[in-house]
Design a protein around this ligand. Structure first.
Ligand SMILES: *[C@@H]1O[C@H](CO)[C@@H](O)[C@H](O)[C@H]1NC(C)=O
Ligand SMILES: *[C@@H]1O[C@H](CO)[C@@H](O)[C@H](O)[C@H]1NC(C)=O
Ligand SMILES: *[C@@H]1O[C@H](CO)[C@@H](O)[C@H](O)[C@H]1NC(C)=O
Ligand SMILES: *[C@@H]1O[C@H](CO)[C@@H](O)[C@H](O)[C@H]1NC(C)=O
Ligand SMILES: *[C@@H]1O[C@H](CO)[C@@H](O)[C@H](O)[C@H]1NC(C)=O
Ligand SMILES: *[C@@H]1O[C@H](CO)[C@@H](O)[C@H](O)[C@H]1NC(C)=O
Length: 447
């Protein structure tokens, strides 16, 4: 009975995993995307002035340092005469007619200005070094915009750029071709009047881990108050403990070698572990009260060379439909699509650091891991709450939008057989006696 049950749960979890692989979108954030709008709001004698807006609609995927990069290919002989709020990374060949132009590249790439940019070069929503917050955490900072003055076109003409690309900051985003969209409308004069731009182009960029084929960077470990067993991260979650042949070292009890390409694509020194993940999320079931239960959630950084600023952790657990209180992290519940279909469910909670307290997940040091931790108090829905069968463990955890490797249900710390064990021991002697009695009867009496 028991092995069959475990085998079935393992199978079900594997099915779940496989179906997620097949999905081209994240079921926990089905509407997430980065939308790029080009709003032409002024014609000039030989071109136009446009505002380019990058809006991050991802609930929990942000763009971290070194920031976004947006690119496209002009289809005519467009030249960017001037720009504010961002820069093109290359000027290109402007030698003949446009010596003072900002960029004459046919495939310009744009990056944000840094926060110290001069006032004359700034626009609204610019100059954050390309950082974009996620939608669920910080909407005002989930938008970036800049202005371009485009020349070298006949009066009143404009041609859709092609092949838009978005890096946030690494690869993984695929953008739809720019297409005409209903002109962007904005309100002016205390919202008593609406004005619209002349022309709007839109491109939608979506992220997929599978297009980058990235190795996991995060794993989950579990423990409980009722079982001394600690379930570690699955072995080799992100990589296996390397042999001595590698060039870089990892730091730990036995100095062996490894490296991990961090956000800046630099090789970082990792702590030697059996999972070799830079980030570990630990879920500890701490207390079981009458109406509530308490979890301790800890996020640890095993990397000696990376601080994660504005980190976030997403946890899926059926209990988050009830009220939850997290003490040392900021949190919100977000709606996701149930695996079965289009029904919205409320069982996903997003956690992030408190301002001026733990928004930074610091790098590990020789003495300790960088870590942030909180206790979470959850109310119980008596009809569903149970410590049995791993129900109280999370279904899925993401760190900064990347899925973390979960232990298999077979490895979860089990409830001690407290309820059944005494019954067994109480039952066993009579059974044994009966057996002995039968054997004695058989042997001695020859029955
Ligand atoms: C992009 O995100 C916005 C906001 O969630 C949503 O309204 C829109 O439908 C999305 N677009 C696509 C193509 O997914
Ligand atoms: C720059 O462009 C002009 C005309 O478009 C061309 O004549 C010139 O050779 C180019 N210079 C270089 C260095 O490519
Ligand atoms: C900022 O503006 C000044 C004056 O318009 C200009 O000379 C300079 O190149 C601009 N800097 C950037 C980074 O755009
Ligand atoms: C756009 O990308 C496609 C595929 O990568 C390429 O074949 C095409 O030449 C590109 N178009 C332009 C104008 O660069
Ligand atoms: C991480 O933050 C600590 C403390 O603010 C700082 O000393 C360290 O240099 C930072 N590390 C990196 C890689 O930025
Ligand atoms: C929690 O997050 C919200 C939304 O980003 C923010 O307005 C608030 O200041 C945060 N609270 C703390 C204590 O950091």
């Amino acid at each position: 009975m028991k092995p069959l049950f475990s085998w079935m749960t393992t199978f079900l979890w594997m099915m779940l995993f496989a179906s997620n692989l097949a999905d081209c979108f994240d079921p926990l954030d089905p509407n997430g995307n980065v939308t790029v709008n080009v709003d032409i709001h002024r014609w000039t004698s030989n071109g136009y002035v446009a505002t380019v807006t990058i809006q991050n609609y991802y609930q929990y995927r942000h763009v971290e340092t070194p920031g976004w990069q947006l690119g496209w290919t002009w289809t005519n002989k467009e030249v960017i005469l001037s720009m504010t709020g961002a820069i093109a990374t290359q000027q290109g060949n402007c030698s003949i007619n446009f010596q003072s132009a900002h960029s004459c590249m046919t495939d310009p790439v744009f990056v944000d200005l840094m926060p110290d940019a001069a006032a004359v070069n700034r626009t609204e929503n610019c100059c954050r070094g390309g950082l974009l917050s996620s939608w669920a955490i910080d909407q005002p900072n989930s938008i970036s915009s800049f202005e371009i003055e485009v020349g070298n076109l006949g009066h009143g003409l404009s041609y859709l750029p092609l092949n838009s690309t978005f890096m946030g900051p690494g690869p993984g985003y695929t953008c739809s071709p720019f297409a005409d969209a209903p002109p962007t409308v904005s309100t002016v004069l205390d919202a008593r009047r609406e004005e619209q731009v002349f022309r709007t182009w839109k491109s939608i960029c979506t992220y997929s881990t599978f297009t980058v084929n990235k190795a996991p960077t995060c794993c989950v470990s579990l423990s409980t108050f009722y079982n001394p067993k600690i379930t570690p991260c699955p072995l080799c979650s992100c990589d296996c403990r390397p042999g001595n042949s590698n060039t870089l070292e990892c730091v730990g009890d036995d100095l062996v070698a490894s490296s991990w390409p961090g956000p800046n694509n630099v090789d970082n020194l990792l702590q030697c572990t059996d999972h070799m993940c830079p980030v570990q999320v630990h879920w500890h079931i701490k207390n079981n009260y009458r109406d509530h239960w308490r979890v301790k959630l800890t996020v640890s950084n095993h990397d000696y060379g990376v601080n994660f600023s504005d980190w976030n952790v997403l946890v899926q657990h059926p209990s988050f439909g009830q009220s939850l209180q997290s003490y040392s992290f900021n949190s919100t519940t977000i709606q996701s699509v149930a695996n079965s279909g289009a029904q919205l469910i409320d069982d996903v909670a997003l956690f992030w650091g408190l301002a001026n307290y733990n928004t930074e997940l610091l790098q590990a040091s020789e003495k300790q891991l960088g870590s942030v931790t909180t206790e979470i108090l959850l109310s119980k829905d008596q009809s569903s709450f149970t410590l049995n069968n791993g129900w109280a463990f999370p279904r899925k955890i993401y760190f900064n939008g990347e899925s973390c490797e979960m232990p298999l249900p077979d490895d979860f710390p089990a409830l001690p057989d407290a309820s059944t064990a005494p019954k067994h021991t109480a039952l066993l002697p009579p059974l044994l006696l009966l057996l002995l009695y039968t054997m004695i009867l058989q042997v001695v009496l020859g029955l």
